[in-house]
Each structure stands twice: as C-alpha cells, then as structure tokens.
Design a protein around this ligand. Sequence first.
Ligand code: HAM
Length: 436
Amino acid sequence: MAILTTRPRGTNDFLPEQTPRWQYLERTLLSTAALYGFGEIRTPTFEHTELFQRGVGDTTDVVSKEMYTFTDKGGRSVTLRPEGTAGICRAAIENGLLGDALPLKVSYVFNCFRYEKAQRGRYRQFHQFGVECYGAAGPQADAEILSLAWEGLQTLGLRELQLSVNSIGCPACRAEYHRALRAYFEDRREELCETCRERLEKNPMRILDCKSPVCGQIAAGAPRVLDYLCGDCRAHFERVQSLLRAAKIPFTVDAGIVRGLDYYTRTVFEISVPGFPALCGGGRYGGLCRQLGGPDVEGIGFAMGLERLLMVMEQQNCEFPQPPQCDLYIASMGEAAAQEAFRLTTLLRREGYAVECDLMGRSVKAQMKYANKLGALYSMVLGEAELEQGAARLKQMATGEEKPVPLGEAFFTAFEQEMHNGWFAAAAEAAEGLTR
Ligand code: HAM
C-alpha cells in the first residue's frame, strides 16, 4: 500500500545530509536571540482549541480554515498549534512569568501546522523560529524586535532583504477605520467571497488579507489604516521609524501590511526577498495577554519560516558550515583484527574523534569503498600481519599518502599528533573552514 510509504501532503522528511543545515539555522538564530537577552521556551505541540479561537481570532483564515483540530479520547477539542504566539502567551500567564521581572524575552524553534494548499514554500507542517517580548509598551521594544529579526537574517548571509513596516493602530483608532472599511466594501458586497461577506460584519480588516484574487483586487483600493491612526499611535510609529534609521536598518513603510492574525495592534512588519513569500512576519499585540485571562501586559514578536529561509539561502548560495566528517575509518580482516578495530574505534571516539569500523563483515576492498563514500580523512587496515607486528599504515585518503603508525597505546599519541601537527593537519584545518 503506497500510503504506508508516502508522507502526508505538505510535510517533509529531513534527511541526515540536510539536518546539519537545519541545526546551523537553529543554532545561529537562537544564539543571535541570546545576544539580545532572549531565552528559549518550549511549549506543547497541541493546545486547547479555544486558545487559538480566542487568541488568533476565529475570523482569520488560520483559525477558520487551516487548523488541525480533533477531539481527543477525553472528548476535549485540541488543535495542533498553527503558530507560536498564543501558546507562548498562555504559558507565560500560566507559569506566572508576567509578574515583576519584565520585560520577559523568550525565543523558540518548533513545528507548526496549517491545512493550507501545499505548494513551494507553503507546507502543512512547517517550522518557525520566533521571539516574543512582554511588558514593554514603548517603541524601543519594537525597534529591538525589528533589529533582532534583521540582524538574525543578516548573520545567515541573506541578501536582497526587504523590511516593510506598518502600523494598524490601537482599538480606538481601529473603530473608525473599521467604519471606513465597511462603507467601502459594502458597495461591492456582492463581488466578495462568502467568507469575506461574513467578515464584513464581524471583522472587515480580515478582507484585506483574503487569498481570493477577486477580494484581493477589491481590497487594493480600500482605505488605508495609516490615514486613521490616532495621535498616540502615530507618535509611536514615528519613533519606531526614527530608531530604525538611527540603527541603520533599512525599511519601507507599506500600508498594505495588515497581517493575517487578529491579535496585532500598532506596529506590524514583514521581511521578504523579491519573488518569494514572506520569510518573517510579526508585530505588537496589545490586548492578547488580557484577552487570555492574564495581566494587562503588551507583547511584541515575530516568527520566521525555517523551510523558506533554507530555500532562499540555498538559492542565494549562502555559506553553510562543513557537515561533520569521519576522521578515521579502521578496516579489518579477520575476527581478532575486527576486535582490535572496535577497541581502537571506541577509545578514539571517547577522545572526541569521529571514527568508524566495519559493521557488515565486508571484504577490505568493500570497506575501503565505504570509507571513501563516508569521505573519511584517514584510513587504516588491520589484519593478522599488523596485529603481529604491532604496527599499521595510516593513509591520508585525499592524497593516498601513507605513514607507519604503532598500534597499542602508542597509537593514540601518534594519531593525535598527526591530527594536530602532521601532514593531516592541513586537511583538518581545511575541513574546519566554510564551504558552499
Ligand atoms: P505568520 O506570518 O503567520 O506569523 O508566520 C510567520 C512565518 O512563518 C511566515 O512569514 C512564513 O515564513 C512562515 N509560514 C507561515 N505559514 C507557513 C506555511 N504554511 N509553510 C511554510 N512557512 C510558513 C505568525 O505565525 C506569528 N505568530 C508571528 C508573530 C510572533 N507575531 C508576533 N509574534
């Protein structure tokens, strides 16, 4: 049955040859966040469905169309997280992290699930790196979050990045904006998709990020939220922009960015490269913590899609570290030699070297072929003669050059010396460098 050997649509397998790149991405982004004072948080893959309905908003596409929701054996409705912000806010409230020691700054890397039309860069299981900062209501926090998103992507070597920022105001200025939107869309109600006709009553701003081309075309001529900002929201947004200019972070103001999730207030932003869906999206959320039953604390954050990041990095030929390499392959002939090979392999691994020996009972020729395939830096063959003489020949695979080495305890010193000082050192040094 093909279903047993076919992964669900919109999911990916990450094979051992690819995972070093993922680990590099995760490591780099988490450590950049740590420089800004963000500590990693891990929350459950599934949460109570109500959390997303209340937090993300039930008129959003994410909640109304894309959630993986099911009833568990206890009869409760649970949902695989479609994003991280709501669950992290829940965890911060539940664990009492929103008390005195603010701002609270957390980072995360995890999988998210959205039942979307699977296509390039859009998956049903995908991975986000993100951060959330709680307790800082002023524009300084917006600038710090934007700076972290920008610098994180710079550190990965991405080029042609475009940061677009906007402000969607607070509930006070939003009320007036909603009136203007309703008036505009009301005239074209019949052309809107069914979901958007419903949104017109409940939440007209959601029409602006509808994926239907007709709604998109109508939305293009709609009033712009920037023209409806109250004095405080306008001042906040001006200050964010001047902080960005001071830190020489290039950006453009794009009034079209409204984001597809309901919790945002004031600053919203996206980072993208031309011709590709957004790499990063985020913004401020003023009311989420209170809405979920927590204290009246503002939050701001962003998330980036790791699949998209990796895809663009590969497209742009960004540098990745060299994947871990096999330092030494010890081939053997006969049982006694195989035992010695296993002993040496184990001891060398304890010293931190990547060493392999035969697990398959293959001929020496086949073992050497395998050592080549592994890209081993060195190899050594052990047979009866080597055991008897207490010596073997260490071969540098790249050049074919060989050198006698003692076996037994003396081997470790000889090997260590060769690795650090000998003619192998150059190869080891090269391996530490970066390759494309
Ligand atoms: P979002 O814009 O929905 O925001 O998602 C953030 C990023 O996740 C996107 O820019 C994209 O790179 C990636 N992404 C989203 N959906 C998919 C998908 N189906 N396949 C592949 N990648 C995808 C949020 O999730 C907010 N929680 C961000 C945030 C954090 N706002 C404040 N704090």
